[in-house]
Design a protein around this ligand. Structure first.
Ligand code: HEM
Length: 111
């Protein structure tokens, strides 16, 4: 079994700051933009371009549905709920959330 989460933060592949979110990180030739989040080989996810926007040879920014959704949420003023912090699940060693409360604080661009 391959632990995709551990593989995606492997410092030997992504550097000593591998756990830090950095969409502009320069990757070695052997690393894929999304690591192994979409699997690999003959059963690699066929929805990866739709989800993340990565395309072979593309030089522009990702434009898949997830980046668009996140841009939309940020533009709408999404914030962590300051009164109700996220809680990790206790039934797994993975950093999966049980609850992840958010609030919307309208910004000038969202009104
Ligand atoms: C962030 C979003 C997504 C993630 C992280 C993801 C991840 C994965 C992973 C890890 C696999 C298994 C690959 C393997 O066995 O090597 C997979 C397979 C697959 N994914 Fe996705 N996926 C995502 C979105 C999508 C979307 C949007 C679609 C369709 C529109 C899709 C369709 C499929 C299909 C059909 C397979 C099976 C491919 C096969 O067995 O040949 N996925 N995905």
């Amino acid at each position: 079994m391959l632990d995709l989460v551990a593989a995606n933060i492997d410092p030997e592949v992504f550097g000593s700051d591998a756990t830090r979110f950095d969409p502009h990180r320069e990757l070695s030739d052997s690393a894929r933009p999304a690591g192994v989040a979409f699997g690999g080989g003959p059963h690699m996810c066929i929805g990866r371009s739709m989800a993340a926007g990565f395309r072979a040879g593309a030089t522009d920014a990702p434009s898949g549905m997830l980046p668009q959704l996140l841009r939309g949420l940020v533009a709408a003023g999404v914030r962590l709920d300051p009164t109700n912090p996220p809680v990790l699940r206790q039934d797994t060693l993975r950093a999966n959330f049980d609850i992840f409360p958010i609030v919307f604080e309208p910004t000038a661009s969202s009104i």
